[in-house]
Design a binder for this molecule. Structure first.
Ligand code: ZN
Length: 146
């Protein structure tokens, strides 16, 4: 069973069994649950995703607009979403707008990546990476934690 928070309206949705979750639509607002792209979240939305994402991991990119490496990694992170969905939901948190959430994660340098499963951070890394390395790192960390 896979369960996701709708990026459009915040409703919690179960993806239909036996079907590709990438095709699933929100039962409330009828928008796609997975869009093939990272979702920008607030601290409160991050908490909702952590609580209600089931059967899939979360990969979170903590970034800031003034951070050059963050900006250069953004298209790479977006490309990784196409590869990692529906096994992993990709989220982005702007640490300038959400300093409390970033500090709760213990963010020191950005960009910082957090892999979260069942509400727990299972791996973290920092520094800009190409899409292939982001995907490889996430898949390896998930395999190790399985
Ligand atoms: Zn919705």
């Amino acid at each position: 069973m896979k369960q996701f928070v709708c990026p459009s309206c915040g409703a919690v949705n179960r993806a239909p069994e036996g079907r590709d979750a990438r095709q699933a639509k929100c039962g409330k607002c009828h928008q796609a649950l997975l869009t093939g792209a990272p979702v920008e979240v607030t601290g409160a939305q991050l908490a909702a995703h952590q609580k209600s994402t089931k059967g899939a991991a979360i990969l979170l990119d903590v970034w800031a607009p003034w951070c050059g490496p963050c900006r250069s990694m953004a298209p790479q992170f977006a490309a990784a979403a196409k590869d990692l969905e529906p096994d992993v939901r990709l989220l982005k948190l702007n640490s300038d707008n959400e300093p409390a959430a970033a500090s709760a994660l213990g963010v020191q340098g950005i960009p910082a990546l957090f892999l979260i499963r069942d509400g727990q951070v299972i791996a973290r890394t920092a520094g800009a990476m190409p899409a292939s390395q982001i995907v490889g790192w996430a898949r390896q960390a998930l395999a190790k934690a399985a």
